[in-house]
Design a protein around this ligand. Structure first.
Ligand code: F58
Length: 820
């Protein structure tokens, strides 16, 4: 039911904004003006909640969660703000009465792509849930001028284009030039005696940059809460260095300004590879220092005494990227605010908690000591002092065990010596968590084993979750409407209510409607695929989807091998009873990751041949949808029927795409990896397609002298598929192009693609068999959605709040934010 008065108000506010803030009359408005005008109307409602929330938090004196993350992959704001305000339908109506189309206006928004993938998107889901659970919280991060690159495809190859998300203005942020802090870089330290005769250290940086706060309100779901995401932009302390300017060195003067602003220019586009770049360390220190100085400012505004800092703040480190915070808080407390080391250390440890997101060794951050010293000389001294005290404790616990001490040390002594950021984060935090049950177990038994032996009580698991508001309500309006009709409208805030759909899985007419919703979604995606990938596809075929960053451990190439094998089988056995399939890929490759880029090329190359084959084109299609991002993923989750979660066991920390698919009623084909394990438990093993080696089986395989070539020789289908890739079938006869992929499959096979091929192929056959029975498939699909309630990020945040942060909600009085 749309409320008439609200529709009128939105229309008035839209016209008013168009006129007063944009200086346009409706007929002259560009698409961007129309979007900005609606955003302005929505913003008024947002601000009302924002003020009510700040006031409530100010009075409540409750503990505040600070989520420190180098990435927040937010996605477009307008749609989710309308949804959270409960104004979506009213806005649609208002726009339509103005002769405009809401969906078109929503499409105009450039998303803030301030993250690479799962980790950044998780941070965004957590902000959504923190606000929805009315938990006082601030997100702190970096306002990158250029976010994750846009992906273009030229001749099957990825080409990167800079993401100019700010070019047309950003109506959601509020610059706060009065909230700004200086951040030092480089230079040296010196000792001195303070007025009380104590030895102190001061840092004399050789560069100082200024961080300016930019605030974006983050709404809770229809509860009046608006928390804050505070992103920092780097500026020069003085626009011009006047000394240099006056000496006639104009370039020198401007250079310094440009150098400072570079710090927040661009997001590093690597997903799992960490490269030790100076600018990246500067970025990390920059935002962390601004955030901590900001917390101290707020804390001291009420009470100059910092001894209860940890009672006022719970600071979560989203991976090690912000972990220099451990040293920076020590520096601020000891050097600047004059606390003793022991007291400062107690506060620091009780403030921080650390989330690990990876098991891949190449993704564990380590900074060469020389580089660290040249950017953060004082912090290095502090790290050494933390380490000295820590290793003393270790020595007392394990006398004479030098090897253990070397393994635990914050410093890796292997050349070049480096600072192990995961160790700094673990020592400086009171809790360390993994992001899925299996991942946490592997952290305890492998990556952080020695720390777990030292402090078993420090380790907890918090399985990831995703926000159902964006990934179900907004992404899949058809299914959402059906669910609401069946079980009422409480489920977006309490996703466990989806369980009430279970009995409906055996209701034939409900199944029929469920299928109809999915079918309409598939038609919509088919249109997108045709428009954006140039591939027509049959909406009645099985939509088999793998979208995520392109990475060898995620094994898109295993999926491609199946496509090739299926194609060859269809050619061999034209009468084979297998349902038609459309295999859809999407995802970005890190610009420097050659293998990943080659996999993208391979998908296109196989697609070009398969889609053109008159013998098979009605039964198999392959498409790569370019520029996968938060905006583009929505129709994909809504339409998918089969979700590919096929990483090598033990490599995917959790995965969150797996959750988005299953919530939307896709069935998963997956390995026992990351959160797949828990998803399978939740939805029931009979509703999940499992294949592949398990974490426990892999060492035995390797120890037994695993030879991929033997499998290749013995398995005819594997051989034929690999041969086709090798012999130029998909490369116009070129045998060199895909050689690196073939060599990897038959050489070391580091990701066990060859090893898992047979099991995957058989599992895909079971998928095909199940799909032929539409009623059975639909039943499984409904049960998947019904049982995914625990993968809401609301549950994850409730876990963090209870087990790690010890924070309580501060709900907002509805009287304070009602319209008008
Ligand atoms: C991802 N990590 C994990 N890292 O791979 C995924 O399993 C998990 O579900 C997700 O985190 C959330 O916990 C990830 O996305 C990055 O993108 C980093 C960016 C900065 C450089 C290092 C990797």
């Amino acid at each position: 039911m749309v409320e008439r008065a609200i529709v009128e108000a939105i229309k008035d506010e839209w016209k008013d904004a168009l006129f007063t803030s944009l200086g346009r009359f409706p007929e002259a408005a560009t698409p961007n003006d129309r979007y900005l005008a609606l955003a302005a109307a929505v913003r008024r409602q947002l601000v009302r909640r924002w003020v009510a929330t700040s006031e409530a938090y100010y009075k409540a004196k409750s503990r505040t969660v600070c989520y420190l993350s180098a990435e927040f992959l937010l996605g477009p704001h307008l749609g989710s703000n309308l949804l959270n305000l409960g104004l979506y339908e009213e806005a649609r109506q208002a726009m339509s009465e103005l002769g405009l189309d809401l969906e078109e206006i929503l499409g105009q928004e450039e998303e803030p792509g301030l993250g690479n993938g799962g980790l950044g998107r998780l941070a965004a889901c957590y902000l959504d849930s923190l606000a929805t659970l009315a938990i006082p919280a601030l997100g702190y991060g970096i306002r990158y001028e250029f976010g994750i690159f846009d992906q273009l495809i030229h001749d099957g190859w990825q080409v990167e284009k800079t993401d100019k998300w700010l070019a047309l203005g950003n109506p959601w942020e509020v610059p706060r030039p009065e909230i700004s802090f200086e951040v030092g870089l480089g230079g040296r330290t010196e000792g001195y005696q303070d007025e009380r005769g104590r030895f102190r250290v001061r840092w004399i940086p050789d560069r100082v940059v200024r961080g300016i706060a930019y605030d974006t309100p983050i709404l809770g779901y229809r509860n009046g809460t608006a928390n804050l995401l505070r992103l920092w932009k780097a500026e020069a302390t003085e626009s011009f260095d006047f000394a240099a300017f006056n000496l006639g060195d104009y370039w020198g003067a401007v250079d310094q300004k440009v150098g400072s602003e570079n710090i927040t220019k661009v997001l590093y586009p690597n997903d799992e590879l960490v490269s030790g770049r100076r600018l990246r360390l500067e970025q990390q220190h920059f935002f962390v220092s601004c955030a901590l100085q900001d917390m101290i400012r707020i804390c001291r505004a009420k009470d100059p005494d910092l001894s209860t800092f940890h009672e006022r703040y719970a600071v979560q480190l989203n991976d090690t990227h912000p972990s220099v915070a451990v040293a920076e808080l020590m520096r601020l407390l000891v050097d600047v605010h004059d606390l003793g080391w022991d007291q400062a250390w107690e506060i620091t440890r009780r403030t921080f908690a650390y989330t690990n997101h990876t098991l891949l060794p190449e993704a564990l951050e380590k900074w060469p000591v020389d580089l660290f010293a040249s950017v953060l000389p004082r912090h290095l001294e502090i790290v050494y002092e933390i380490n000295r005290r820590f290793l003393d404790d270790v020595g007392r616990r394990y006398p004479g065990d030098g090897e253990r001490a070397a393994r635990l040390s914050l410093i890796d002594e292997a050349s070049p010596r480096s600072v192990r950021m995961a160790h700094l984060a673990s020592v400086g935090s009171h809790r360390v968590n993994g992001v899925a049950a299996l991942h946490t177990e592997l952290l305890k038994s492998e990556v952080l084993r020695d720390f777990h032996q030292l402090w078993p009580e420090k380790f907890v698991n918090v399985t990831n979750g995703v926000t159902p508001r964006r990934f179900l309500v907004l992404a899949n309006p058809r299914l959402s409407a059906l669910v609401t009709e069946a079980i009422g409208d409480g489920w977006p805030r309490d996703l466990e209510e989806l369980h009430r759909l279970e009995p409906l899985a055996s209701d034939a007419s409900f199944r029929e409607r469920w299928r109809a919703a999915k079918r309409a979604n598939k038609q919509e995606l088919a249109d997108v695929v045709r428009a954006r990938a140039g591939v027509p596809c049959d909406p009645d075929s099985l939509f088999d989807v793998q979208v995520k960053r392109i990475h060898e451990y995620k094994r898109q190439h295993l999926n491609v091998l199946h496509v090739v094998a299926l194609w060859q089988r269809l050619r061999r056995e034209p009468r084979a009873e297998v349902p038609p399939r459309t295999v859809i890929f999407g995802g970005k490759a890190a610009p420097g990751y050659r293998m990943a880029k080659l996999v993208i090329k391979l998908v296109h190359a196989v697609g070009a041949v398969v889609n053109a084959d008159p013998l098979t084109r009605d039964r198999l299609r392959v498409a790569f949808v370019p520029d996968y991002n938060v905006k583009n993923c929505m129709p994909v989750f809504a339409a998918a029927e089969l979700s590919e979660q096929i990483s090598t066991a033990g490599k995917e920390a959790s995965g969150t795409g797996n959750m988005k698919f299953a919530m939307n009623g896709a069935l998963t084909i997956g390995t026992l990896d990351g959160a797949n394990v828990e998803i399978r438990e939740a939805v029931g093993e009979e509703n999940f397609f499992l294949f592949g080696l398990t974490v426990d089986e892999i060492p035995a395989l390797r120890a037994g002298g695993y030879r991929p070539r033997t499998l290749y020789e013995q398995d005819g289908e594997l051989r034929a598929a690999v041969d086709a890739i090798a012999d130029g079938t998909f490369a116009g006869g070129d045998r060199q192009l895909f050689r690196p992929i073939v060599d990897s499959l038959l050489g070391d096979d580091p990701w066990l693609v060859t090893a898992d091929f047979r099991s995957y192929l058989e599992c895909q056959a079971r998928v095909a068999e199940a799909y032929r029975d539409a009623e059975r498939w639909t039943r499984m699909s409904i049960l998947n959605t019904a049982r995914m309630g625990r993968f809401s990020s609301d549950r994850s945040i409730a876990d963090y709040a209870r087990e790690i942060w010890h924070v309580e909600p501060v709900p907002i009085d509805p009287e304070k934010f009602r319209r008008r």
